[in-house]
Design a protein around this ligand. Structure first.
Ligand code: XMP
Length: 598
């Protein structure tokens, strides 16, 4: 079987590249730059250099150990890989001035092999600070954008290619065609199928479990349900036990729904643990997002240890988690990838169990779209598979906390710049006093959001808002996210001291349930986090953010453009709830922001 080798320079999308190649029917494997040697060129169909959080201008930046000039296998460099390839051939890479995060329009030049069969103007997804400013000889530019002279290049012999953007993410509309065109250059063989993948997963579960019984942690989301089902298929009902922990941070009626779903499958080995007080008391005075994630993950492990006391044959067990690939990469899974956020199933206590060989993660190499496909192969009903993803730490990471009511920073200079950009679109804007997590150039950011509102409060022009948001984030280094205040003629928000409490969780549950109910027929919405801010508006009511996004695998996302009528109905409905004040609408793509705020 010929392979496409993906060299991992620590990019957030490295694994996605391999996954995309496999879904195009060719086997693909990931190698670290140190472990990849170009010895068996006959087994390789092609090589892809991934993106990464480093700069090729840094001394000691990651690179490859072979000579690109004598390599006979086709090479494709993406983002950092594109810059590295150009540099290795003697081209010039520069930093600054041309940062781009999220959607960008490029013009493709006719005759390029990677752009064969697609239109000249393309919408692509970028995430970079550096850029190639001068190509080496023997190469030609094949695409450019208004700010980038070299958005893509190709060698004159048609075997080496560079793309500054990410064809592997679903938001680059024709990205799969570009990768398909690269595979055409590499080989005529396509011999990898979905059936092979399912059998491979079943084989690995049997192998890893050996004689041990399994304990599956069911969170309420699709992933852990598919993990349970695939384990049942591999080992049978008697060896697979499951526990659902009610953390007090679930959505409305979530625990009840899970129990009825599982019981309807006729499966009985499920135990429900009510740990609401334990989780909420441990979180009550925790304000830092990473600390919150750490505590939630640790508390899950404490509950697990309690559960094991009742487990048959105590010594002989493995914990099953529904961890999927994005959880691992964002927790800093590969050697050079940056940690964006510690997913709850990657906290220190779980890492210890992993080292001891006690954790089985059957879905750890899959993305959400593939998990749904696997669920279909396992005959799970569509109504369960299509539910919105819900993060393991639940509302714990959607209730933002602050230990003080005094903002960390004042923003006079930035606000003047923000206002100048907002003005040019006929909006007003200000910087909010809370921070949220983002991902820019493959690294984590923890910065402030800007809020925009229109001078004509009836107007909701999404495309203008989107352009303005992109310009703000690309120009202002203190901002990684932009929200819109619909139907407001000014945003007046003050920070307040607030932690994660049952009262806030109850109110958020109500706001979340109403928002989801009113949007349940909008199947384009992939996920709809609702976030409670530690802030109050001029009437001393709580401030919430709604964040509907489109996505296929959570690695990239775009904000969903709701009809103004529906948005109006939602805002009016929510404001009927006591203590619910300003509602903000997140208008940022991923990157530069992440889907969740923490
Ligand atoms: P972000 O916010 O990183 O989220 O763009 C990507 C996807 O992952 C979910 N998410 C989590 N899922 N444990 C999980 O099981 C976690 O700790 C966690 N954090 C984020 C998020 O809801 C989105 O679908």
């Amino acid at each position: 079987m010929k392979t496409i080798a993906v060299i991992d320079f620590g990019g957030q999308y490295t694994h996605l590249i391999a996954n995309r190649i496999r879904s195009l029917g060719l086997y693909s494997e990931i190698f670290s730059p140190e472990s990849f040697f170009l010895q068996k060129q006959e087994e390789l169909a092609g090589i892809i250099f991934s993106g990464g959080p480093h700069s090729v201008l840094e001394t000691g930046h990651p690179t490859i150990s072979f000579d690109v000039k004598t390599c006979s296998v086709p090479i494709l460099g993406l983002c950092y890989g594109h810059q590295l390839l150009a540099q290795l051939w003697g081209g010039t890479v520069e930093t600054g001035g041309k940062r781009e995060f999220g959607p960008v329009g490029i013009s493709c030049i006719e005759g390029s092999r990677l752009f064969k069969g697609i239109e000249k103007i393309q919408n692509v997804w970028m995430s970079h600070g550096d850029h190639v400013s001068k190509l080496p000889s023997g190469f030609r530019t094949t695409a450019f954008s208004t700010s980038l002279p070299v958005a893509a290049f190709e060698s004159e012999n048609g075997k080496q290619f560079g793309l500054q953007f990410h064809p592997e993410v679903s938001h680059t509309r024709n990205g799969m065609n570009m990768l398909d065109n690269f595979l055409e250059v590499c080989t005529s063989t396509r011999d990898w199928t979905g059936e092979k993948r399912k059998n491979e997963i079943l084989r690995k579960i049997k192998l890893e479990a050996g004689n041990r019984n399994l304990l599956v942690f069911l969170s309420g989301g699709v992933d852990s349900l598919v993990a349970l089902t695939v384990c049942l298929e591999a080992l049978g009902r008697d060896r697979v036990f499951s526990t659902h922990v009610d953390t007090g941070l679930m959505r409305e009626n979530e625990s009840e729904q899970i129990i009825s779903h599982i019981s309807s499958l006729g499966y009985k080995n499920i135990h429900i643990v009510n740990a609401q007080d334990l989780f909420l008391s441990r979180l009550s005075e925790v304000y830092d997002p990473e600390k919150k994630r750490e505590i939630i993950g640790k508390t899950f492990v404490d509950v697990l240890n309690d559960e094991l006391k009742n487990f048959p044959e105590k010594e002989d067990w493995m914990l099953v988690q529904g961890t999927i690939y994005p959880d691992r990469i964002e927790s800093g899974a590969s050697k050079s990838s940056a940690k964006i956020k510690t997913h709850h199933n990657r906290v220190a206590e779980i890492e210890k169990l992993i080292e001891q060989g006690r954790v089985l993660e059957p879905l750890k190499d899959l993305y959400k779209d593939e998990i749904r496909e696997l669920g279909r192969e396992l005959h799970l009903p569509e109504s369960l598979l299509q539910r919105h993803p819900f993060p393991g730490p639940g509302l714990g990471i959607r209730i933002l906390a602050s230990s003080s009511s005094i903002p960390e920073k004042d923003f006079n200079r930035e606000e003047a710049l923000l206002q100048k950009i907002a003005d040019s679109y006929n909006f007003s804007g200000k910087i909010l006093p809370v921070k949220s997590v983002g991902v820019q150039g493959d690294g984590r950011t923890y910065l402030w959001p800007a809020a925009l509102w229109t001078r004509d409060e009836k107007q909701t022009d999404w495309s203008k808002l989107r352009d303005c948001a992109i310009q703000i984030v690309n120009s202002l280094k203190t901002i990684n996210r932009v929200v819109f205040a619909p139907f407001s003629n000014e945003v007046k928000i003050t920070l307040k001291t607030a932690g994660v409490t049952k009262k806030r969780a109850d109110l958020l549950r109500k706001v979340d349930a109403i928002t989801r109910k009113m949007t349940e027929n909008l199947h384009e919405i992939w996920q709809l986090p609702v976030i409670s801010l530690p802030a109050s508006d001029e009437n001393n009511n709580w401030v919430f953010v709604i964040r509907p996004v489109t996505s296929t695998n959570a690695m990239t996302a775009d904000f969903f453009q709701m009809s103004p009528e529906l948005l109006n109905d939602i805002v009016s409905e929510l404001k009927k709830l006591p203590e619910v004040g300003t509602i903000l609408y997140d208008i940022t793509s991923k990157p530069p922001a992440t889907i969740e705020w923490e």
